[in-house]
Design a protein around this ligand. Structure first.
Ligand SMILES: [Zn+2]
Ligand SMILES: [Zn+2]
Ligand SMILES: [Zn+2]
Length: 143
């Protein structure tokens, strides 16, 4: 999926120990949610995730995804049609290339782009709290 996770170590274990290090308790239900996220190929909706976890309450699924998002383990993206998808993140701030045909999402990091965005906010006296960049089009395999 990405270089952030050691392929020899289970993603669920990696995230669990990193969360524990930052003082977040990973309960059994949260672990179940993590395991389901790690096993999903590509971006998912909360509804799909909740459907894959009938034994975990919907509210717990929502809360856990929010927690993982706040801790940068999961990233949120807006599709071209406005739909929201989540994906296991590589951890650092990044942007998305979203293929409108196969739905594949690739991530890219560009500090230069971030600097330009920050400069635009500064120039307008805007206190920037964050940004997300999604590029829509066809991936190399689909074009
Ligand atoms: Zn991402
Ligand atoms: Zn594609
Ligand atoms: Zn950025």
């Amino acid at each position: 999926m990405c270089d952030f996770y050691d392929p020899d170590v289970n993603v669920t274990d990696t995230v669990t120990s990193r969360l524990a290090n930052s003082g977040v308790r990973v309960t059994g239900a949260r672990r179940e949610v993590l395991r389901a996220i790690a096993s999903i190929e590509g971006p998912f909706t909360i509804e799909e995730l909740a459907a894959a976890l009938p034994e975990v309450g919907r509210a717990t699924v929502y809360r856990t995804v929010k927690l993982l998002q706040e801790s940068d383990f999961v990233c949120r993206m807006v599709l071209e049609d406005g739909g929201i998808r989540y994906e296991l993140s590589q951890g650092d701030h990044h942007h998305h290339l979203i293929c409108s045909q196969c739905g594949r999402v690739s991530e890219f990091v560009d500090p230069g782009l971030d600097a330009i965005i920050q400069a635009n906010a500064d120039r307008r006296g805007f206190d920037l709290a964050g940004h997300s960049v999604e590029l829509y089009g066809l991936c190399a395999g689909c074009r």
